[in-house]
Design a protein around this ligand. Structure first.
Ligand SMILES: NC(=O)C1=CN([C@@H]2O[C@H](COP(=O)(O)OP(=O)(O)OC[C@H]3O[C@@H](n4cnc5c(N)ncnc54)[C@H](O)[C@@H]3O)[C@@H](O)[C@H]2O)C=CC1
Ligand SMILES: CC(=O)[C@H](N)C(=O)O
Length: 365
């Protein structure tokens, strides 16, 4: 009898300790996950949703899957506009149990994991970047495995370093980044691929270049390409923290989010990799300023490189995304010319006109 018990124990799968410290492995056999119902749209959870990419991503996904099916989450207080546009909840990616509760209660199918500290702010607080960018990824990857979610984790041009070929930078090459941001993104790529091979997790990852939108960026090295529009249109001048000849890959937000959605929808059989480079263009600050001067004729830009210069100098100049174009037919729509036209319009309509109206109302009071 005793021997029989030992034999059955030896055959039973070993319980594992999850990031939340609870026993896992048993739940799966008790229906921790039920297969998603393909007749309904996916239920999507976006973490870190109040950053530069999240709100616009929620808008796009809600237009496809319905407002109620896309839940935006973050640890910061939402504006009234965010609350009016669809479900918003608090979710700290360091709280594994809290995330489990959300996935179960809302019957989540897809997880879009945006929470992160970007390259420049990451260097200013390395311990926090390790927690948010590395522990956070452990939590969401394990969560996605337990509940069989399709998970998207963005990576970046910052996942490359000074030893990588910079022009062009292919999909597979040396990756020895020198920022904690880059290190954490290489870690996310590798652990995601590992979970795919070991557990069949549907992990998908795109390496984005600098993303340009009218919304304020979260503290990266490519942020100058957003800030210059705000400063130029308000004050006609800008001090750039990168040298005028610093070439970096970039993308307009609409292309970035369309790439994400097309990639998430691509059938698994079409994907030859779990991690793809994507891009749209490459330019330098002086090339961008030259284009912007057509809208702001007396624009005055000075250059004062700071610590972000050495980060930019270690990143790709031109990104080779031919594998994404080949495997799931990625195509960008925006190049430098139409990017500048759209950004001028976006910043004017979404920020400057709104501020002017608010000032006029205050004057009336
Ligand atoms: N914006 C860009 O140019 C690029 C962005 N990416 C990646 O895309 C993702 C989103 O980027 P952005 O929206 O620009 O970043 P962001 O810095 O604007 O937003 C990140 C969000 O994460 C949230 N966050 C921080 N700690 C958290 C925690 N403990 N729990 C939950 N949320 C937390 C912040 O509150 C913030 O709203 C990031 O993973 C970033 O690495 C990749 C390449 C380029
Ligand atoms: C390219 C990125 O990942 C981000 N914008 C940053 O500069 O840190």
């Amino acid at each position: 009898m005793f021997r029989k018990c030992l034999a059955s124990l030896a055959l039973a799968p070993l319980p594992r300790i999850t990031p939340a410290g609870q026993l896992a492995g048993l739940g799966q056999s008790r229906g921790m996950h039920q297969a998603p119902d393909k007749s309904r749209p996916p239920k999507v959870l976006i973490t870190g949703g109040l950053g530069q990419l999240g709100i616009e991503c929620a808008k796009l996904l809600r237009s496809q899957y319905g407002s109620e099916n896309v839940i935006l989450s973050d640890i910061i207080k939402p504006s009234q506009a965010v609350l009016e546009n669809g479900p918003y909840i608090f979710a700290d990616i360091l709280d594994f149990k809290g995330l489990q509760k959300i996935v179960v209660n809302h019957r989540i199918d897809w997880l879009i994991h945006f929470s992160a500290l970007l390259s420049a702010v990451g260097e200013q607080n390395v311990p926090l970047a390790v927690r948010v960018n590395i522990e956070g990824v452990h939590n969401v990857i394990e969560l996605a495995k337990q509940y069989k979610l399709r998970i998207f984790v963005p990576s970046t041009i910052g996942a490359f370093g000074p030893d990588s070929p910079r022009n062009p930078t292919p999909n597979i090459t040396i990756q020895r980044p020198r920022t904690i941001y880059g290190v954490s993104k290489v870690h996310a790529e590798l652990i995601g691929e590992y979970y795919y091979h070991k557990f069949g997790l549907d992990f998908r990852c795109l390496r984005f270049p600098g993303v340009i939108s009218s919304d304020p960026p979260g503290g990266g090295t490519t942020d100058y390409a957003v800030a210059v529009f705000h400063e130029a249109l308000r004050f006609g001048k800008y001090t750039c923290y990168l040298r005028p000849d610093t070439r970096l890959p970039m993308m307009y937000i609409e292309d970035c989010l369309r790439a994400l959605l097309e990639f998430m929808r691509a059938p698994n059989e079409q994907l030859k990799r779990r991690v793809y480079n994507v891009t749209a263009m490459s330019f330098t600050p002086e090339e961008l300023v030259d284009r912007l001067s057509k809208h702001v004729p007396n624009l005055h830009v000075t250059y004062k490189p700071d610590s972000r210069q050495s980060i930019a100098d270690s990143w790709p100049e031109v990104f080779d995304d031919s594998e994404a174009r080949r495997d799931w037919q990625w195509q960008h729509k925006y190049d430098l010319g139409n990017l500048v036209d759209f950004m001028v319009k976006d910043v004017q309509e979404n920020y400057i006109n709104v501020e002017n109206r608010q000032q006029q109302q205050q004057l009336k009071i």
